[in-house]
Design a protein around this ligand. Structure first.
Ligand SMILES: NC(=O)C1=CN([C@@H]2O[C@H](COP(=O)(O)OP(=O)(O)OC[C@H]3O[C@@H](n4cnc5c(N)ncnc54)[C@H](OP(=O)(O)O)[C@@H]3O)[C@@H](O)[C@H]2O)C=CC1
Ligand SMILES: CC(=O)N[C@@H](CCC(=O)OP(=O)(O)O)C(=O)O
Length: 352
């Protein structure tokens, strides 16, 4: 704190899981100064009241959300709020020259009719939404560098798209055969109380949910369509796993060329991600586990081909709260600011 050369950053929604991850990571970021924490029901409390174990790191008050105050203090703002709130706040912050990184779904859709169909809210902010860049650095690094407004993808789209992108971009699969089978830890549901997240409900169980109607389906399809060069439909099924953190997406698709073997694909993936320090493509026969990524901004990708069925199987593991959320947003900030893309982001996890 107190270094005037650092970029002044605020977090709105600091009390939530995304917010606390941002606080933890940004307090260790060498180029930023955390000057504002905002919230709704937590406003008036101190951050340390909510997270006493972090009192030695940050003990700022959480303030009521007031765009005027935010604009006078901050140069950059992270919005870590439930869907449907960012688009009501962001335009005022953008008008005042701030850079906005939104962790919700509000600015991820090019077509706002799609947003309305899946999220309910009617949107009139077409001009603002049109300026947003989809914050997946491994695909859109150059556009992110020029952006003032980023719609950061969440955990399911991140894990799914990092697994699918090389296949689609290089026309290696029949896109419509792609199936994404994804599993999330319970922190993916946020900090608010929900019955299906109770230990007594979620423990000892692996539960599919929102089958054929999960709101991440159109988001994944939007980017897959971009990559394929035509409209693509994807089968996406999410599951809740009795663990707190982590996500594994297993993707299946039919190869166009049945002669392609696993090692060819591993070579292709390594080339595709050669400039992406946060993606680690596993060696032949090595399959990623969620605990490898836990606590890091890394995405581990494993690849296999089944010569019997002609399908490729790609497995992608991330920490839903870091590469799937807060870490990704900070990676985008690093790119916007022209900083090293790894600044402030953890590459070593919790597990041996
Ligand atoms: N959890 C995850 O793995 C991922 C989540 N996301 C997305 O990130 C965003 C944040 O998620 P997450 O941190 O998990 O959510 P949480 O439920 O943990 O936190 C939500 C935050 O929003 C604030 N908030 C709630 N209602 C309002 C309101 N009406 N006005 C202003 N602030 C409000 C809360 O503040 P207060 O406590 O003060 O009321 C809290 O800080 C969501 O859009 C989510 O979809 C994206 C990727 C992954
Ligand atoms: C386990 C769980 O409930 N997960 C959340 C996804 C959280 C997330 O990533 O949301 P966004 O990407 O939209 O921000 C869900 O299925 O809705």
């Amino acid at each position: 704190m107190g270094n005037s050369r650092r970029v002044k950053v605020g977090i709105i929604g600091a009390s939530g899981y995304g917010g606390v991850q941002l606080v933890r990571l940004l307090m260790d970021h060498p180029e930023v100064e955390l000057v504002y924490l905002g919230g709704e029901s937590s406003a008036g409390k101190s951050f340390a009241d909510l997270y006493p174990h972090l009192a030695h790191i940050v003990n700022q008050p959480i303030e009521a959300i007031d765009p005027q105050t935010i604009a006078t203090r901050c140069e950059v703002v992270f919005l870590s709020l439930p869907n449907g709130l960012a688009y009501k706040i962001a335009p005022q912050l953008l008008d005042k020259g701030l850079t906005v990184l939104d962790l919700s779904a509000d600015y991820r859709f090019r077509n706002l009719t799609t947003y309305t169909n899946w999220y309910g809210a009617q949107r009139t902010d077409l001009a603002t939404a049109a300026t947003a860049v989809y914050g997946l650095p491994e695909l859109y690094r150059d556009r992110i560098a020029e952006a003032q407004l980023i719609g950061c993808p969440g955990c399911y789209p991140t894990a799914s798209l990092l697994a699918l992108s090389p296949l689609l971009k290089q026309g290696l699969i029949v896109p419509e055969t792609a199936i994404v089978d994804a599993k999330s830890g319970t922190s993916g549901g946020g900090r608010q109380a929900k019955v299906n997240m109770l230990l007594a409900e979620a423990d000892n169980s692996l539960a599919p949910y929102n089958v054929v109607r999960h709101r991440h389906t159109p988001e994944i399809e939007q980017i897959c369509s971009d990559l394929a060069g035509h409209e693509v439909t994807i089968q996406f099924t999410p599951h809740l796993v009795p663990m707190v953190r982590g996500m594994l997406a297993t993707v299946y698709a039919t190869l166009r060329d049945p002669g392609l073997v696993r090692d060819d694909l591993i070579t292709i993936y390594k080339a595709f991600y050669r400039n992406s320090l946060w993606v680690k493509v596993c060696e032949p026969g090595v399959y990623p586990q969620t605990k490898w990524a836990c606590g890091t901004n890394l995405c581990y990708i494993g690849i296999e081909v089944d010569p019997r069925t002609g399908r490729v199987i790609v497995m992608s593991a991330i920490d839903n709260l870091i590469k799937g959320q807060a870490g990704q947003a900070i990676q985008c900030l690093n790119i916007i600011m022209g900083w090293d893309e790894t600044l402030g982001l953890p590459k070593l996890g919790f597990y041996p």
